[in-house]
Design a protein around this ligand. Sequence first.
Ligand SMILES: CC(C)(COP(=O)(O)OP(=O)(O)OC[C@H]1O[C@@H](n2cnc3c(N)ncnc32)[C@H](O)[C@@H]1OP(=O)(O)O)[C@@H](O)C(=O)NCCC(=O)NCCS
Length: 265
Amino acid sequence: MVQDEFTIRSATPGDEGGIAALFTGLDPESARMRFSHSVSTQELAALAALHPGTTSLVALHAGTVVGEARYERTDEGQPPELAMAVAVGRQGHGLGARLLAALRERARADGLLTLRAVVRTDNRAMLRLLRTTSTAIAAPVEEGEVVFDLATDDLMPPWPVGGPSRKVLIETRSLVDTPEVQALWEAGVEVRKCQGPTNEAGRTCPALEHGECRLADSADAVVSLLPQDDPTCRLIADDHAAHRGEALVARSQAEWRDAAPGLTE
Ligand SMILES: CC(C)(COP(=O)(O)OP(=O)(O)OC[C@H]1O[C@@H](n2cnc3c(N)ncnc32)[C@H](O)[C@@H]1OP(=O)(O)O)[C@@H](O)C(=O)NCCC(=O)NCCS
């Protein structure tokens, strides 16, 4: 596929050198964001390798690799993990968004509904990018990293198969968990955090836009922790109440506090 002056295509083993050059050309901050820790030049080159379980797309400009996005299987039973990088001089001009869209399309064509992204909490560009897509937070924030599950379509990533019986969807725009949410994670409840009807990236909730959300539709409880003065908060809570009668819908901190202990039983 050709987009403006970039070509985005599947990577081949012949691209490993170009990807290694992209990685070694990243500034220290970008490398830290891409790899979560400091890595030597030799390590960066090795990390460019395309393994049998790697699906990689490269963005090329005049034959040079200026961006790469990949997903790889890590833990059995977990969604494949995505990672991406755009050359320093080309960041912030929309190439990351194009690469992510192409990677989601490729994963969908491969039969995948969910990809996982582990992102540093100070990675504003990647957080912003993910918020334009169907993402839910899938684990408590630990060591400055947030774990997102990302749907390859618009209907949110499904709950894991065969997980614990209680599934609680929390609507919140905060990365930081309230004590009640922390207690749910600690009790082994399957928790997902979504951003509610709209977010700052202008994305609309699929339950409202398409009448369908894989998380809300089969949640045991849906809890809205959006600010009560946010008009969209009532809208989504009422939508859940109307369409998913058996789900618990808490519309205020007080309701949540009353209901929260029951969710961990
Ligand atoms: C994250 C990364 C891949 C995004 O690619 P990009 O080409 O820079 O992103 P885009 O230009 O498509 O911008 C995506 C969104 O992020 C925003 N953005 C870009 N750079 C930003 C920055 N430094 N701070 C805040 N927002 C930023 C853009 O405004 C855009 O949001 P919008 O569509 O709402 O305007 C790229 O910045 C990068 O390679 N970073 C270093 C490596 C990394 O962080 N990889 C991800 C680890 S999983």
